[in-house]
Design a protein around this ligand. Structure first.
Ligand code: MG
Length: 315
């Protein structure tokens, strides 16, 4: 399943992608329960397949199973019938939000590809280097990324994102994948001069509207090996990054286990796994994102994360 969080009539909903449509999983569960004779289908749905992705992930495996059954029920209904019941809507007609709009934590991995560390002139570390991003920096697929007023050095970083399903502390590497619910795409957009003018990453990695994340949360059964994915980043038609996640220095289980040594993992936590080589600031000449351009990160099977770049205006 590919899970989408989206707005419909101003309400936040959780859906599954079905062809060019999105199926509202909470409403599908209610319809299924009602068809099975329940007089309280909506209450059943709210308790088993909540419309908020964090509530949904906190319920764990039973919610995933209930959602899959509800999706199968909805897909058997006629198109007109399901559209009328607000079960089904064209993806093009809804406003996508980030697949986890308000993650408890976003823990980013720095320097996780040897070629990127080398292009940046930095050492490869034996210990993963992590930094934090604020959930308030997130934007969805299609949303504008802001080129800030204070800098012209807006740079792309296409990345695989891991989403945590099951919480845990001090998780062994061997058990780490049990805590991953799925994957998405992240563009860890960075304001380079702000990143490097001090020793801490906080400012340069946390500009307003600098964290494209999406389009979907793809459950892990559709991604047999997160270490065998191709990732590309394009600015307009120009390919800037083209790499394999097999080149990551620290793989997904290592990073998940490592983070859990110091903080409790929670359902909905997001871990952008680091960017490969080909970022803008080390190109000859340096190349940064300009207003009017689009930046697109693609991982086959996970979708396309495309965002226009827009100049920030004085508030
Ligand atoms: Mg990064």
């Amino acid at each position: 399943m590919k899970l989408a969080t989206y707005l419909q009539a101003g309400r936040r909903r959780l859906g599954a992608v079905s062809g060019d449509d999105v199926i509202d999983l909470n409403r599908a569960r209610a319809a299924q329960a009602t068809a099975a004779g329940s007089p309280v289908g909506e209450a059943v749905a709210d308790a088993t397949v909540p419309a908020d992705v964090l509530d949904f992930l906190r319920l764990g495996e039973p919610a995933l199973e209930a959602a899959a059954a509800a999706l199968a029920h909805a897909e058997e209904l006629g198109l007109e019938e399901s559209a009328h019941a607000l079960l089904r809507a064209p993806l093009a007609a809804v406003k996508l939000l980030p697949p986890v709009p308000e993650p408890p934590k976003i823990v980013c991995v720095a320097r996780n590809y040897g070629a990127h560390a080398k292009e940046a002139g930095l050492e490869v570390s034996e210990i993963p280097i992590l930094f934090a991003r604020f959930p308030a920096t997130l934007v969805a697929a299609g949303d504008p990324v802001l080129r800030p007023l204070v800098s012209e050095q807006l740079d792309w970083e296409g990345e695989l994102a891991v989403v945590i399903g099951k919480g845990g502390k001090r998780v062994a590497k061997e058990a780490a994948m049990d805590h991953v619910v799925g994957y998405s795409i992240f563009n860890d957009i960075t304001v380079r001069d702000y990143q490097f003018r001090v020793t801490q990453y906080t400012e340069g990695k946390n500009f307003q509207a600098s964290g494209p994340f999406g389009p979907y949360l793809v459950l892990k059964d559709e991604v047999p090996d997160p270490g065998a994915l191709r990732i590309t980043t394009q600015v307009g038609e120009e390919v800037m990054q083209d790499a394999e996640t097999s080149d990551m220095i620290f793989d997904v289980p290592t990073i998940v286990s490592h983070i859990s040594q110091f903080i409790q993992l929670e359902p909905g936590d997001v871990i952008p796994m680091g960017t490969p080589s080909g970022v803008g600031f080390k190109r000859e000449p340096p190349r940064f994102l300009q207003p009017g351009e689009t930046v697109k990160v693609e991982i086959p099977g996970l979708g396309v994360l495309e965002n226009p770049v827009v100049e920030e205006v004085e508030a």
